[in-house]
Design a protein around this ligand. Structure first.
Ligand SMILES: [Zn+2]
Ligand SMILES: [Zn+2]
Length: 255
């Protein structure tokens, strides 16, 4: 509630335009020290560069980063060619505590002013990859209707809408729905996350997916269980291929 009030006040202030902005410049929402602009998502340049972009060696399927590897594709210990239905998963940045804090504000406190910052991270990492450019449809991972009502929006859809304005690609929000009101996965082990997500999604319009090269968009990928369940349904409905792209990559502890 506090954030919502702050957000409303900020929007009102921004409408008063430059003279006031010059007197009271916006401050970065991460460090609280440096000046930050609305077009930067109110995150200053210093904080922005401190985010760990995943542009180094990663597993060619699940996108898990591993230091000391060469850039060319390797498979992490958890992956084999048939492990996932999706062809590849990549994320813009590592889900460090500060990054997760921003995503938490975005999802649970309606801090949508952060979206330009998230877009910048995506642009700097995977948005212009050939595999992404080859996609002809973007599908934000759906939330269950009950959770979306509580939250007021689907964070993946809000993240994606601004991105598709910049590219000729079909926006497939609503083509799939989440039918199982799955509880939070945070406390579950890797294996239980996959069991928990089985049959969690249902395709509403198979014709919209048929023959598509899809990009599944989500905010965070950790075990890959949510993306896997979603990708499997898309392929069952006739999609030609599915890749997964997220803002952040969580590193799940074994267990
Ligand atoms: Zn800062
Ligand atoms: Zn892997």
């Amino acid at each position: 509630m506090l954030f919502n009030r702050q957000s409303m006040a900020r929007r009102l202030l921004s409408k008063l335009q430059s003279p006031l902005c010059l007197l009271f410049p916006e401050v970065c929402h991460l460090c609280g020290i440096q000046v930050a602009e609305p077009c930067d998502g109110y995150i200053c340049r210093l904080c922005a560069v401190s985010m760990r972009r995943l542009v180094g060696p990663v597993c060619r399927i699940c996108g898990l980063p591993e230091e000391g590897r060469s850039m060319r594709g390797f498979l992490c210990p958890d992956c084999h060619p048939d492990r996932f239905a999706f062809a590849s998963a990549r994320s813009a940045v590592e889900a460090t505590p500060s990054m997760l804090g921003l995503i938490h504000r975005f999802k649970y406190h309606g801090a949508t002013w952060l979206v330009p910052f998230f877009h910048r991270l995506i642009h700097e990492t995977w948005w212009f990859e050939p595999e992404v450019l080859a996609c002809d449809g973007i599908l934000p991972v759906p939330l269950h209707a009950k959770r979306q009502r509580e939250r007021g929006f689907n964070q993946s859809a809000v993240l994606g809408r601004g991105l598709i304005n910049q590219r000729s690609v079909d926006w497939l929000d609503g083509v799939m729905k989440r039918i199982a009101p799955t509880t939070s996965q945070t406390m579950l082990s890797r294996e239980l996350r996959f069991v928990n997500m089985k049959r969690a999604f249902e395709v509403c319009s198979a014709s919209a997916l048929k023959g598509r090269r899809l990009l599944l968009l989500d905010d965070v990928l950790t075990s890959g269980a949510t993306a896997e369940a979603c990708a499997r349904e898309c392929l069952r409905a006739g999609a030609r291929s599915v890749i997964v792209r997220t803002l952040a990559r969580g590193l799940l502890q074994k267990g």
